[in-house]
Design a protein around this ligand. Structure first.
Ligand code: HEC
Length: 199
């Protein structure tokens, strides 16, 4: 590859500029930055680099949609009756979403801030310390969803319960637990009338 670059540069002539461009390309190759692309890091292929916040928003939307689709499945697992075909269809859509999940977590989206009141992301940095475990948990959840898609009517409640366990297995390890702001005793006793002068 280096030789091909070198050959191209030589045909262009050996000006100081092309020499320095070549040196820059070789440096980038050494650093593993250029992977068979033009080397433009703001190019169309560098979504993780240039649109990290958008990826966080996309995975949040995917997760929330899976949550919505899980509701009738959770209810069925808890003993409520349901239409097996509709439940299977929901599981099928969830399994498709789950296949995309590992790819919505490039390292550039490691934006976790434990001190932020409204965090940019709930994804914990441990994901990128052990990405293969994260990936396996996504695969296991996709498999559980596929099992739910093909379950018989009698098997559906148990299959749905196993799918929920697969969601939770990943959240327990890799998602920050969200604690909504709590109302303190002090807030409740606050004297709102003191804000308005008596007339
Ligand atoms: C492989 C790991 C993994 C699996 C499997 C997984 N999730 Fe998540 N989920 C996450 C992570 C990490 C976050 C935090 C994402 C962020 O904030 O950037 C998350 C966030 C969420 C959220 C909060 C979204 C928000 O922005 O408020 C919901 C709801 C959710 N997941 C539902 C589900 C459901 C339902 C399933 C199973 C059908 C599931 N997840 C499977 C890792 C996973």
């Amino acid at each position: 590859m280096e030789q091909r670059f070198a050959g191209r540069k030589l045909r262009l002539g050996c000006s100081w500029l092309s020499f320095s461009v070549l040196a820059a390309i070789q440096l980038a190759l050494g650093a593993g930055v250029v992977r068979g692309q033009s080397g433009q890091r703001d190019g169309a292929g560098w979504t993780g680099e240039t649109h990290a916040e958008e990826i966080v928003a996309a995975r949040s939307a995917v997760m929330l949609e899976m949550e919505r689709l899980m509701r009738p499945l959770d209810a069925h697992a808890a003993g409520e009756p349901g239409n097996p075909d509709l439940l299977r269809e929901a599981a099928g859509t969830i399994s498709t979403f789950l296949l995309t999940v590992p790819h919505l977590f490039p390292p550039t989206t490691n934006l976790y801030d434990p001190n932020a009141e409204t965090p940019a992301t709930l994804a914990r940095p441990e994901i990128w310390e052990d990405f293969s475990s994260f990936h396996s948990l996504a695969d296991a959840a996709a498999a559980a969803a596929a099992d739910t898609l093909t379950a018989s009517a009698a098997e559906l409640p148990q299959a749905a319960a196993r799918l929920r366990e697969a969601c939770d297995a990943c959240h327990t390890r890799f998602m920050r637990t969200y604690s909504p702001p709590t109302v303190t005793e002090e807030d409740l006793e606050f004297d709102f009338e003191s804000l308005f002068p008596a007339e």
